[in-house]
Write a protein that binds this ligand. Structure first.
Ligand SMILES: [Mg+2]
Length: 125
């Protein structure tokens, strides 16, 4: 690959990122390791690394603590790791992650009308 992945293109961003992650994997012949189960385990590992950054930090102090640039950068790195594996999983499964997310948001808008849930946490039915 001869293009800088930090330079955006006109391609929709999630589609572009999915393609960049696919190309990164293919260039290293790592696609052979990217079965859904292995990708889910890798994803969970990265979620664990993200959660570890917040371990033992009181919930009401987390936002201010991560306003620190170094901590925010670390959180960003782990969030990016999570997204990379999530994009790769969706790609391997043939899931249109942007379309699926839009569909879920539309469903959430229907299920949680603002005038019915304003200021209250949703409950599991
Ligand atoms: Mg990580």
């Amino acid at each position: 690959m001869d293009r800088d992945p930090q330079t955006p293109t006109a391609e929709p961003e999630l589609a572009e990122l999915t393609r960049l992650v696919r190309e990164f994997s293919a260039e290293r012949d790592w696609e052979q390791f990217h079965d859904p189960k292995s990708l889910i385990l890798a994803l969970m590992g990265e979620v664990g690394e993200l959660a570890e950054l917040f371990q033992w930090i009181p919930a009401d102090g987390a936002v201010s603590r991560f306003a620190d640039p170094a901590r925010r950068q670390r959180a960003g790195e782990e969030i990016a790791d999570v997204l990379v594996y999530l994009l790769r999983l969706a790609d391997v499964l043939g899931v249109d992650i942007a379309g699926a997310t839009r569909a879920k948001l539309a469903d959430s808008h229907r299920r949680f009308a603002v005038d019915q849930v304003l200021g209250t946490a949703p409950e599991k039915a």
